[in-house]
Design a protein around this ligand. Structure first.
Ligand SMILES: [Zn+2]
Length: 395
């Protein structure tokens, strides 16, 4: 069944096609030939019989391609793609490319639209070929083509090529916001390369990529975290801490992502006092549930479970979050007995259920929510837009 929107769209397109074709032919046809042509009625009858494919063919046949009618063809093709009718959109754009009557710029516009059809259809190789051509001939659509190439290389995890395309794009003028987003993306491409290098134990390359990442974006928390991880793996705890100490200045919202590694580095150095001092400093400036829990671990190590539980309970009064409640109940459970233990266990089950049902992270741009940290938002494909959720259900 052809849906009503698509039906209306094709009727309008065929009517417009007929009108424009009729207007042109009018110059060369006799007066009594000005009536609806057979292709127009054929197109309508295809629509009425739910034969949308044939209706698109009828549209292509009934409207000659020339500079005057190009916009109608492009508009229909793009609307079809947006409605998910990619094969039909592709036919319309391919038909345009086969017409020598168009100017070079118009052919490039059709080529860009065809590449977008291929991206939508998941035919990334074919899209890449068309887009690369537009870049190579320095087309008017070079910036758009580079933008799409970056998306393709991101999907294919070809970070080297993504950086290359982003570098070409950065040579062009953009607004401050667009330039900032490009810099953030390039920093993340370098972080991806650094992660690959670290996986292969090539720390020399990893260090170079991380330097590049911070060169693109000084505020790149991910680069500092990776740097810390790399130095920690090499046993250079002081260097690791230097990198991790940058995180709160880069983006305090992402501070919680550094805490596990931070504690591991201080502990390997045996510097519990240093860790406690640093956590206290952080808590005063950037309070969060995760920080309170980390500090409670220090209290537990220095004193006992009761003291740690009391420490959390005290903060719970000022900062009532599910996370803190959960940790306090866990600690109290360790030493409870009888009826009190049963009640605490019931409370723990309830808290667990709430925590499992609630996401821990969200995207500040599109609202995507999940329980895992993603550097690239799976919802809107923006780099670095996901942060831990704050408030009662989060930090
Ligand atoms: Zn998003």
């Amino acid at each position: 069944m052809v849906d009503i929107g698509l039906f209306g769209l094709l009727v309008v397109a065929i009517a417009a096609g007929f009108f424009l074709g009729w207007r042109q032919r009018g110059r060369r046809l006799q007066q009594d030939d000005r009536h609806f042509g057979p292709k127009y009625f054929k197109g309508l009858s295809y629509l009425l019989n739910d034969e949308a494919d044939s209706a698109v063919d009828a549209f292509i046949d009934s409207l000659e391609v020339n500079p005057d009618t190009l916009e109608t063809h492009l508009a229909l093709g793009n609307l079809l793609r947006r409605k998910g009718e990619v094969a039909k959109a592709t036919r319309i754009h391919q038909n345009l490319l086969a017409r020598p009557s168009l100017t070079t710029q118009q052919l490039h516009e059709a080529q860009l639209e065809l590449a977008r059809d291929f991206i939508r259809a998941g035919l990334l190789d074919r899209a890449e070929g068309l887009l690369q051509e537009l870049v190579d001939v320095n087309s008017q659509y070079k910036a758009e083509a580079l933008g799409h190439l970056i998306e393709i290389y991101q999907d294919e995890k070809d970070w080297g090529k993504a950086i290359e395309s982003a570098n070409q794009l950065s040579l062009r003028r953009f607004g401050r916001q667009a330039a900032g987003e490009r810099a953030i993306a390039r920093a993340h491409f370098c972080c991806e390369l650094a992660e690959d290098a670290m996986e292969q134990n090539d720390m020399l390359a990893a260090r170079r990529y991380l330097q590049n990442a911070l060169g693109f974006d000084r505020q790149c928390v991910r680069a500092s975290l990776l740097w810390g991880e790399m130095e920690h793996r090499l046993g250079n705890e002081r260097e690791a801490l230097k990198a991790l100490h940058r995180v709160p200045h880069q983006d305090p919202e992402l501070l919680v992502e550094s805490l596990d590694l931070l504690c591991a580095c201080y502990e390997r150095l045996g510097d519990h006092r240093g860790l406690q001092r640093y956590l206290e400093e952080l808590l005063a400036q950037y309070p969060s549930s995760s920080l309170v829990i980390k500090m409670a671990e220090q209290v537990r190590w220095a004193r006992d479970d009761h003291a740690a539980a009391d420490f959390i309970a005290e903060h719970l009064r000022r900062r009532p979050t599910i996370k803190l409640l959960n940790r306090a109940v866990e600690l109290y459970l360790l030493h409870s007995e009888g009826r009190a233990r049963d009640n605490l266990q019931l409370l723990k089950q309830l808290v667990d259920q709430v925590m499992t049902a609630k996401p821990s992270y969200h995207c500040k741009k599109c609202g995507f929510a999940g329980n895992q940290m993603h550097w690239l938002c799976p919802g809107c494909k923006t780099w670095g837009s996901i942060t831990p959720i704050t408030g009662v259900e989060g930090e």
